[in-house]
Ligand binder design. Structure first.
Ligand SMILES: [Zn+2]
Length: 327
């Protein structure tokens, strides 16, 4: 069955290979995602993030993200027989008819804009159609989740005045707002100051496993009421506690448990996929890479999901948000 995946870090991984003078190609590689694997997995839309860890890398985030976007378009051009970027919802339909996978460009870390609205416009003009305001460190737009703060929930500090300005402009432009990595207060700021659906592109449910990167039942409920979608993340660290290497492993069963919890708290329309492929460990990972995505179906059926519900999670829920936001 076709699917939409709201988040991967494949572009960054290709960039690191390039920096290390290792041959790299989106068509075929040893990563979780390449074109051959996406084809085998029957991918409809893959979101590709341009991401920067602003503490690990020096220099201008704006320039760095632009390098990644250059690389994304180089790979799109080289592989145009198989995949094409999308700027609007109709591009997705057009690509599907032409037998092409759709690639949606996203930015992970709003500091890529360096606090300047003109840089947001620049990224929009380069095809960015989804962005989160923050990664794991507080920035000029908002407070982040508590990973860099002893895993403490950040319930007091949310968006800065600049962050609110960005939020408004993203809604106006038609850039999908992604709440992944933001503080709890930041999440509620976004909820209260927007009217359209947003996404949490890659997350899991705190009700199954507590982690500041996961979302609470109340957040899920509010997302469901708004028509928002949360993408289930395959990162084992966000699924379950573990004490030894032997316990380590993301399974279909665990992912479906998180899906069930999201559905119980937010309804059947609020769940999709946000694999986090190429940003997470490959150790005992299910699905091991994008080519195995169809195997989710059997586990969903085993845990009692109807065909309709499986279709919603594979692509219909996210497609609905894309259709509403992408002009
Ligand atoms: Zn992330």
């Amino acid at each position: 069955m076709k699917y939409i995946d709201m988040h991967c870090d494949t572009v960054s991984e290709l960039y690191y290979k390039q920096l290390a003078n290792i041959p790299y190609a989106l068509y075929e590689n040893d990563l979780h995602i390449d074109i051959k694997k996406l084809q085998k997995g029957e991918c409809l839309v893959q979101c590709f993030a341009a991401f920067m860890d602003t503490q690990a890398r020096e220099g201008s985030p704006f320039k760095y993200i632009n390098h990644l976007i250059d690389m994304f378009y180089e790979q799109m051009e080289l592989n145009k027989a198989y995949i094409a970027p999308v700027l609007s919802y109709s591009d997705i339909e057009k690509n599907e008819k032409a037998g092409l996978i759709s690639a949606l460009l996203t930015v992970e870390e709003g500091q890529a804009c360096e606090g300047k609205i003109e840089n947001l416009h620049h990224f929009y003009s380069r095809g960015v159609r989804m962005m989160n305001l923050v990664w794991n460190y507080d920035n000029s737009l908002t407070t982040a989740n508590g990973i860099s703060n002893n895993n403490q929930l950040q319930e007091e500090k949310g968006l800065t005045p600049k962050g609110f300005e960005f939020l408004e402009e993203m809604e106006r432009l038609g850039i999908i707002i992604d709440t992944a990595h933001i503080s709890d207060k930041g999440f509620y700021d976004i909820l209260e100051h927007t009217t359209k659906p947003f996404v949490d592109s890659h997350t899991n449910a705190r009700g199954v496993f507590f982690h500041p990167r996961n979302i609470s039942d109340d957040m899920i409920k509010k997302m469901g009421e708004r028509g928002c979608v949360a993408g289930v993340n395959f990162c084992f660290e966000f699924m379950k506690s573990y004490t030894s290497a032997a316990d380590y492993g993301a399974t279909f069963e665990l992912s479906v448990q998180h899906m069930k919890h999201l559905i119980n708290a937010g309804g059947t329309d609020c769940v999709g996929f946000g694999s986090d492929y190429d940003g997470i460990s490959s150790l005992n990972l299910e699905p091991a890479n994008a080519s195995y995505m169809p195997m989710f179906e059997a586990e969903m059926k085993r845990q009692g999901f109807s065909d309709d519900l499986i279709e919603k999670i594979f692509y219909k829920n996210v497609a609905r948000v894309f259709k509403e936001i992408l002009k």
